[in-house]
Design a protein around this ligand. Structure first.
Ligand SMILES: [Cu+2]
Length: 156
């Protein structure tokens, strides 16, 4: 007769068999590889993205990602033309194909940058000193998202 205890022992022995634990190790390795790979893919654009240096003469650098504009504040003299070496560290897996924009109705800015790319843009600062709001309207709630805003500060 098979008691419940012996049946439990048999099951335990089966679970501990070498073939079973080898299979479990393989499954674990595959799952771990997939998770680490996916994480590295998503993080790669952030951590391996280009840093603050620029080879564009007279340009300021600005990075855009789902984390927002970096830096968030640009300073200019009235009417000054700002040259911005602007890059997007997000991959195309993000919302809207990873495209980010820089938009301002008050400062007349309408720019966009494709996923994982870099471009030089020029912005003409308004003549009137003050803080001009700009934002990204292509992702994450656009203008409604506080994270996706920046300030163009015109100082006389
Ligand atoms: Cu955006």
């Amino acid at each position: 007769m098979t008691t419940r205890a012996t049946r439990r022992n048999q099951q335990r022995a089966q679970r501990r068999s070498p073939a079973n634990s080898r299979l479990r190790a393989v499954v674990f390795a595959v799952v771990a590889f997939l998770i680490i790979g996916a994480g590295a893919y998503l993080a790669g654009s952030v951590f391996l993205g280009q840093r603050g240096g620029t080879s564009v003469p007279g340009a300021m650098t600005m990075r855009i990602s789902m984390a927002g504009f970096d830096p968030k504040v640009m300073t200019a003299k009235p009417g000054q033309t700002l040259t911005i070496d602007w890059w997007n560290t997000d991959g195309a897996v993000h919302l809207e194909g990873g495209v980010h924009t820089m938009v301002s109705d008050t400062a007349n800015i309408h720019e966009s940058v494709a996923a994982e790319s870099r471009k030089t843009i020029t912005i003409a600062a308004p003549m009137k000193p003050g803080d001009y709001d700009f934002w990204c309207d292509s992702c994450c709630g656009g203008k409604e998202n506080d994270q996706m805003h920046g300030t163009l500060r015109v100082e006389s």
